[in-house]
Design a protein around this ligand. Structure first.
Ligand code: HEC
Ligand code: HEC
Length: 423
């Protein structure tokens, strides 16, 4: 597939490592790391992410025609109540696939920060609270959200079948004959829309749901091809693993100090680990709520929404067999740590994506790091970050000096690489 690269250019030459005839002739490394640290660095290389895991609930995600349709839908503002909002309005396709605002803004203002699309296909759960378990099911949320596209299911299905009938049929087979129908109907939305939805025969509702689900499956096929490209950190980690002294110069000494703090005194790698610098899990880290009187409950509510969602992996619109929905079948619902917990975001390209956290609470990386240095008590639930007066079993207090904070901020900058997407 042809790919276009935006942002920092990663040249093949910069990635190439020198080859020596005999290993013992290699010059000594500038930075030495323990065997365990080298193993950790190796596990953080982007290449370790490998192919995106297949989504058994979406049988169309690898079809090029599905991705082409999905791309058109992603950019189509007609799929909104006022004809002005597309996915790309908040997920800018020429930047980091987000909007740089504390809250996503469509028809109204949302309550959470827009997330980038790049790592989404690798995560078992989507959104800050993990209320979706696939990229296709995720895409259906904003289309009917009053603050985002503000659409309704019936109008959206009609739009797709009228504007994209040939493309739709080429991927999903014959479009359903929906017969005479009202203009608007949805199980969500206004009273009138919900009443109209309830009045439809079950078979019609099912046919509309299927077209709606297929919109999501096409969009997911497109999103699958949008990914992070390698950063200077990856080049450094590769060089360190191979014992290439020259390659280590891809990071400055300050960035290397920041990397040491990331692995050691900052304990960052306990949550931000693996090739995407995330454990794909949910943690309460005591980030202050934007509205203290009604704090965002995060994962605990996301979990209930996921279990009730007709578009989840076990639902009637999923292409997976029940045994392929392990993530959903073995969810732990009784874990008290889910109150006020949010998904660990990828740190790839984070330096290019201020503001930070689930509601853009912090404007700069310096403020994020100061938050970890302080590890405040959580407003809701319990922060996992240990505090000196309240140590947690299994976790030590994060101790960061002012110099560590500067070094860490510099290091986070070295995690920025290009955004890779189809031409
Ligand atoms: C009004 C702005 C807005 C629009 C329009 C919008 N999004 Fe989002 N997007 C967001 C926000 C805000 C979040 C995080 C919301 C949350 O976690 O509750 C998000 C999250 C996501 C995620 C989750 C990424 C992850 O790693 O979990 C994906 C994928 C995504 N959006 C794709 C889409 C698609 C596809 C569309 C169009 C159908 C779309 N978005 C429309 C603002 C928007
Ligand atoms: C206990 C797990 C955990 C630890 C330890 C941790 N983080 Fe995080 N990190 C998270 C979670 C969860 C969020 C999102 C929190 C939220 O939005 O409420 C986050 C958010 C961030 C963000 C904001 C990214 C964005 O896109 O908004 C940055 C930057 C960050 N962490 C860096 C670090 C650094 C550097 C360290 C070490 C000093 C660290 N983290 C330690 C779990 C952790």
């Amino acid at each position: 597939m042809k790919q276009r690269v935006i942002g920092v250019a990663a040249t093949a030459a910069a990635l190439a490592v020198s080859v020596f005839a005999a290993p013992d002739l290699k010059p000594p490394l500038r930075d030495t790391w323990s065997a365990q640290e080298v193993a950790t660095l190796a596990s953080m290389r982007l290449a370790e992410a490998g192919q995106r895991p297949l989504d058994a609930s979406n049988a169309y995600e690898q079809r090029a025609e599905a991705a082409a349709l999905g791309r058109a839908l992603f950019n189509d503002a007609r799929l909104s109540k006022n004809g002005q909002v597309s996915c790309a309005s908040c997920h800018s396709t020429t930047g980091q696939f987000e909007d740089g605002r504390p809250f996503g803004r469509g028809l109204g203002a949302g309550k959470r920060r827009t997330m980038p699309v790049m790592g989404a296909a690798h995560s078992p759960f989507l959104f800050w609270d993990g209320r979706k378990d696939s990229a296709w099911s995720q895409a259906l949320g904003p289309l009917e959200d009053a603050a985002e596209h503000g659409g309704n299911r019936l109008a959206l299905a009609k739009q797709v079948l009228s504007q994209y009938k040939a493309q739709y049929q080429a991927v999903f087979g014959p479009a359903p004959e929906l017969g005479p129908l009202p203009d608007h109907a949805s199980p969500h939305g206004s009273d009138a829309e919900r009443t109209a939805w309830a009045a439809l025969p079950p078979a019609t509702r099912d046919a509309i749901n299927r077209v709606f689900a297929n919109m999501g499956k096409a969009i997911a096929a497109y999103e699958r091809n949008i990914s992070y490209g390698p950063s200077r950190f990856d080049q450094y980690a590769e060089a360190t693993v191979r014992g290439d002294a020259q390659g280590q110069e891809r990071l400055t000494l300050q960035e290397v100090r920041g990397l040491r703090a990331f692995l050691n005194q900052g304990q960052c790698v306990t949550c931000h680990n693996g090739p995407l610098l995330t454990d794909h899990a949910f943690h309460n880290t005591g980030v202050p709520p934007t509205n203290p009187r009604s704090p965002d409950r995060g994962r605990i509510d996301g979990l209930q929404k996921l279990l009730k969602d007709e578009f989840n992996c076990l639902g009637p619109y999923s292409d997976a067999k029940p045994e392929q929905c392990g993530e959903l079948q073995f969810l732990s619902t009784g874990d008290a740590g889910q109150l006020g917990a949010f998904r660990t975001p990828s740190l790839r390209n984070a330096a290019a994506r201020a503001p930070y956290m689930h509601a853009g609470q912090f404007a700069t990386l310096g403020q994020v790091l100061q938050h970890y240095a302080t590890s405040p008590r959580a407003a809701l639930g319990h922060s996992e970050l240990a505090r000196p007066e309240d140590p947690h079993a299994g976790r030590q207090t994060i101790r960061l000096s002012a110099a560590d904070i500067q070094d860490l901020a510099a290091f986070l900058g070295a995690l920025t690489g290009p955004v890779v997407q189809p031409e």
